[in-house]
Design a protein around this ligand. Structure first.
Ligand code: 5GP
Ligand code: ZN
Length: 113
């Protein structure tokens, strides 16, 4: 999608601090980190949110979750981390390209919402 911020990041049109990339996904540091480690992992296919995951495209989600453990370990998250995906307005999703936040590097709140 031409007007999607994260599609532009994948295309290299907007610079980021990349931490990982393969055929299916791209991972980079969040510009406004909410924890000492805050990484975003996005599929290289434009999907607006979790709501658009289906049988045809779920390979992207599967591949993302296969690499999240090594992305987390490489970022030094040896004592745990949180994976979050905000979906829709009630969850305050601000970028409408599916993404998974990896958060860690300190004791996180026990509150989820
Ligand atoms: P959401 O609120 O949609 O779950 O998360 C979107 C995330 O994207 C936010 O944490 C925000 O800081 C991050 N973000 C927005 N624009 C940019 C950008 O241009 N570069 C990077 N690295 N992160 C961004
Ligand atoms: Zn996109």
């Amino acid at each position: 999608m031409t007007d999607c911020l994260f599609c532009k990041i994948i295309a290299g049109e907007i610079p980021t601090s990349k931490v990982y990339e393969d055929e299916f996904c791209y991972a980079f540091k969040d510009i406004n980190p909410q924890a000492p480690v805050h990484i975003l992992v996005i599929p290289k296919k434009h999907l607006a949110s979790v709501d658009e995951i289906d049988c045809e495209n779920s390979i992207y989600v599967s591949k993302i979750f296969q690499v999240i453990p090594s992305i987390a370990k490489n970022a030094g998250l040896l004592n745990g981390y949180r994976v979050v995906s905000n979906c829709g307005d009630d969850a305050c999703q601000s970028v409408k390209h599916l993404h998974f936040h990896i958060l860690g590097g300190r004791q996180l709140s026990g509150e989820m919402a």
